[in-house]
Design a protein around this ligand. Structure first.
Ligand SMILES: Cc1ncc(COP(=O)(O)O)c(C=O)c1O
Length: 389
């Protein structure tokens, strides 16, 4: 028995909770958006209560305690010694991706992404008037993804300024290896690309894998990379809108700060309090959570393989997201999504949102108490077996 109870069920309904309150019907079992159903670490709650008890919630700034907690976390957890001066802040990783694009590219410039990938990657490029270069990941017969390096390099031209990465990769579940990252770093150097690396899932790494920040590979990579991290997935603090970026290169950092200052985003009292408590005091909670999630992953993969053979699943190296190949069901895109909503009463994320060609995939969130996971899997099994496929 550990110190924390990840089996506890917390009723989140009626709190304007995106995951539970926005599904149109209370019958829907939510296994979509990357948000976990666990209580926050008690160390974080205590720190928040302490801050709450001082009843003035005026302007704040990103102080030394916060910065030191981040520098220490990145060193301890990811093995990268950073300086506090390299830090900049953002209300979220997605806004940080957009600010980076705005700061470092011009309208019409091209940005390379590896797909399928988290939907806002597309938006941060397209909605800001830049052009996407779509590099499809390769998938082997077991469903494991890898990078098509030759294609990727052939897609880079003089208008391609940025490679935007996701590590660990959502939804492919890959934790990129040292060798893969080195090959990407070589390509970035050869073509003088800026790298924007979204590492928001960096703390969800399962046995046998290791998170490596691409910026930490060499001085050259440090100078060309913006890395975005956050405690929001790790400690389930997404509602507190607190993330940060590490930008060792002064020119890139100044450009980022130009956009940031223009937006005058300020700082968030409770986001800062929660981050500091999480990083300084709640590491043992995270280590226990990781064991729980790894058991959830193994349980869900075995359950699907044994009971829902129509759905193919490959165990992710990291993240609490399973990428399900539902092609045997013969449904695509919204029809597939509707099938799970209407027949299973389970909401997942539809695969085509991650890449147009992934219409027969769904993304399942396993970041919940085991009983909730079982409930969702049983609903899916019943719906699939009733559909006589
Ligand atoms: C790869 C990736 N980046 C960013 C985010 C969201 O980040 P934020 O809420 O900090 O904007 C998510 C959430 O699912 C994600 O999976």
């Amino acid at each position: 028995m550990g110190n924390y109870n990840f089996d506890a069920i917390i009723d989140r309904r009626g709190t304007d909770c995106l995951k539970w309150d926005s599904n149109g019907s209370p019958d829907i079992h939510p296994m979509w958006v990357a948000d976990m159903d666990f209580a926050v670490a008690p160390q974080i709650q205590k720190a928040m209560e302490k801050r709450l008890s001082n009843p003035v919630y005026g302007y704040t700034f990103h102080g030394e305690g916060l910065i030191n907690s981040i520098v220490s976390w990145v060193g301890r957890r990811y093995g990268w010694e950073i300086s506090g001066e390299w830090l900049a802040f953002s209300p979220g990783v997605v806004p940080a991706l957009s600010m980076s694009i705005l700061a470092l590219t011009n309208p019409g410039d091209r940005v390379l992404i590896m797909t399928p990938v988290y939907r806002p990657f597309y938006n941060s490029i397209r909605e800001n008037g830049r052009v996407i270069i779509d590099n499809p990941l390769l998938k082997d017969e077991n469903g494991r993804y890898s990078i098509d390096f030759d294609l990727l390099e052939s897609q880079i031209d003089s208008r391609c300024k940025v490679m935007m990465m996701c590590n660990p990769h959502n939804p492919a579940g890959r934790v990129w290896t040292l060798e893969e990252l080195q090959r990407l770093a070589d390509i970035a150097k050869r073509h003088d690309l800026i790298v924007i690396s979204d590492e928001i899932h960096a703390d969800f790494i399962y046995s046998g894998h290791k998170h490596i920040s691409i910026a930490s590979l060499s001085e050259d990579m440090m100078q060309r990379t913006i890395t975005a991290y956050a405690p929001s997935k790790t400690f389930n603090l997404a509602g507190l809108c607190q993330s940060y970026v590490v930008i060792p290169n002064k020119r890139l950092r100044d450009a980022f700060m130009g956009v940031y200052d223009a937006l005058d985003l300020g700082s968030n009292i409770f986001g800062m309090t929660a981050l500091t408590a999480a990083y300084n005091e709640a590491e043992d909670w995270l280590d226990e959570l990781l064991s729980y999630l790894e058991a959830n992953r193994d349980y869900a993969v075995n359950y699907i393989r044994e009971n829902i053979p129509q759905i193919k699943v490959y165990p992710p190296d990291g993240t609490y997201l399973l990428w399900l190949d539902c092609s045997a069901l013969g449904l695509e895109k919204e029809d597939l999504n509707r099938f799970f909503l209407e027949q299973a009463h389970v909401r997942m994320n539809a695969g085509y949102r991650f890449a147009d060609r992934c219409g027969s995939f769904m993304r399942l969130n396993i970041g919940c108490p085991r009983s909730m996971l079982t409930e969702g899997l049983e609903r899916i099994r019943t719906a699939v077996s009733n559909s006589k496929i």
